[in-house]
Design a protein around this ligand. Structure first.
Ligand SMILES: NC(=O)C1=CN([C@@H]2O[C@H](COP(=O)(O)OP(=O)(O)OC[C@H]3O[C@@H](n4cnc5c(N)ncnc54)[C@H](O)[C@@H]3O)[C@@H](O)[C@H]2O)[C@@H](O)CC1
Ligand SMILES: [K+]
Length: 481
């Protein structure tokens, strides 16, 4: 598991660790790791040009000490002092002693950045608030357009560490070296997208860290959570999932949701709705009924919503599914028919899987607002509906209604998943895992993981059916088989 901790937690852990260690040791550990990563990016250190963007806090201190190490190995280092009278005193002294120089004039600073081989971004770390100030903004832009590798210290400056929001201008890094633990901004978009490759460095604060606010599953976590059929398995033990999706107008959604469900290990899939013929043509193993969920027979979880349209039948379908006492996943058209009171009153779990546009409609906001505040949006939706919410996107998030468990963030996604019908496959996948008995948060986060991994394994331009077909390979890959 990859964990993300908020700033308050990181600061408390740093204080507790520092109290046991000689002064300055944490910063030296951070600087050593930064210098090593910088040297790796440069290939050969001697004779290269390194520029340090230096803010007024300890983030700038890390960067200056790292730059001093590179200067001692023969790099020509220039520190751009954004607030010259407030630069980290000891860090600056170390750099000057190692032969580095400083610039403060805006023109000279921009020229230095433009001709650099490596830029160390030490403007702000976890102490940054409110996006970059104008002086720093032009430096960040110069770093972006130069040929230099950009190495962010702890976080790309300008992002909000706790939320992953990007309130104004920010640095775009090729690599971010972060200390002690991941910060939410490194895992959640839009900030995560600015961080480049991530490198986590152990500086010794681990034992003092409290509970994480974020978790990202890794292969081993998914392997431990996915169900494995045993000798005693029959179809009900493996889970029977009901799919109420598709309509005369959108039969394809039924086929795709069923495809996802079949490939996530369901013991059987029952389909209820007008798309039975299309489903059977592709998947003869499915038990179909033309009626509503009531008529479908026993299931252990329902997937309802994809391609239902918005007619009266669709409403009946959604309310019948919600009236059952098994887990229900609501997606797509089904999300437009949700009443928070009905969902909150359910005794079995409910999982909602909106994309940003659907989440915005549920929250009464605009899409851009949800995209800018993803963490906040997913938490608010989960609380409002008393449901587990999977907010789709480049960094998919899963939040539980209690608000007490860390939000799960999925890192396997790829831009190729932004293709029609891929969400229907995800619904089916997640429904199958719910039917198998996984807790809603585990089902949703494992489904997102497999879905993203399947798209990666399928490689390149792909259709939603390609994603479904690659799920067994993703499953084997996650299981290490
Ligand atoms: N406390 C410690 O022991 C350690 C701290 N570390 C580093 O220290 C950082 C945190 O240091 P600080 O708490 O000093 O905070 P930062 O260095 O992140 O930034 C705070 C400073 O930047 C200014 N500032 C805030 N927002 C700004 C903006 N948008 N534009 C320009 N300036 C802005 C503030 O006035 C303040 O002086 C971490 O991110 C990490 O890099 C590491 O050295 C590890 C050890
Ligand atoms: K930084």
């Amino acid at each position: 598991m990859r964990y993300g901790h908020d700033v308050a937690n990181v600061r408390a852990a740093e204080q507790a660790t520092m109290a046991r260690l000689p002064g300055g040791l944490l910063m030296q550990r951070a600087a050593a790791a930064l210098a090593a990563t910088g040297a790796e990016a440069l290939g050969r250190v001697y004779g290269t040009r390194v520029v340090v963007l230096t803010g007024s806090g300890a983030n700038g201190g890390d960067a200056l000490f790292a730059a001093a190490r590179l200067a001692r190995r023969g790099a020509g280092v220039t520190a751009v002092l954004i607030t010259p009278d407030r630069a980290h005193r000891e860090g600056l002294a170390a750099l000057l002693a190692a032969g580095g120089r400083t610039v403060t004039a805006p023109d000279a600073s921009l020229r230095a950045v433009a001709s650099a081989d490596l830029v160390l971004d030490g403007i702000t770390g976890i102490g940054g608030t409110g996006g970059l100030r104008p002086a720093a903004e032009s430096l960040a832009e110069a770093a972006r357009t130069s040929d230099a590798a950009v190495l962010a210290v702890d976080l790309p400056s300008g992002v909000d560490a706790d939320t992953g929001e990007v309130p104004g201008a920010a640095v775009r890094a090729d690599v971010t070296v972060t200390f002690g633990t991941y910060k939410p901004a490194l895992l959640v978009d839009p900030a995560a997208e600015l961080a480049g490759a991530l490198r986590l460095v152990d500086i010794g604060i681990g034992p003092d860290l409290g509970a994480p606010v974020l978790e990202a599953l890794q292969h081993a976590d998914v392997a431990a959570l996915l169900p494995r059929p045993g000798g005693e398995s029959d179809k009900y033990r493996r889970g029977v999932v009901g799919v109420a999706a598709g309509s005369a107008r959108y039969p394809g959604a039924a086929v795709l949701a069923v495809s996802g469900a079949l490939r996530a290990g369901a013991g059987a899939v029952r389909y209820a709705g007008p798309g039975g013929e299309a489903v059977l043509a592709r998947h003869p193993e499915v038990l179909v009924t033309a009626g509503s969920p009531h008529a479908a027979g026993r299931v252990q979880a329902w997937v309802v919503g994809p391609g239902l349209g918005d007619g009266a039948d669709a409403r009946t379908t959604v309310s019948e599914a919600l009236a059952t006492d098994v887990p229900v996943l609501v997606d797509a058209d089904g999300l437009r028919m949700l009443d928070p009171r009905t969902v909150r009153a359910r005794t079995a779990p409910t999982v909602l899987t909106p994309h940003a546009g659907e989440a915005a409609a549920l929250l009464g906001r605009v899409r851009e607002d949800v995209e800018a505040h993803r963490l906040d949006s997913v938490r608010e939706l989960a609380a409002r509906f008393g449901a587990t919410v999977l907010l789709k996107g480049s960094t998919t998030l899963v939040a539980d209604p209690s608000g007490e468990t860390p939000v799960r963030v999925n890192a396997t996604g790829t831009a190729w998943l932004a293709t029609a019908g891929s969400g229907d496959v995800l619904s089916g996948l997640c429904g199958s895992l719910l039917a198998a008995g996984l807790a809603p948060r585990d089902a949703a986060s494992c489904a997102a993981y497999l879905h993203g991994l399947a798209a990666r394994l399928a490689q390149g331009p792909l259709s939603a059916m390609d994603v479904a077909e690659a799920v067994p390979a993703a499953w084997r890959n996650a299981m290490g088989a």
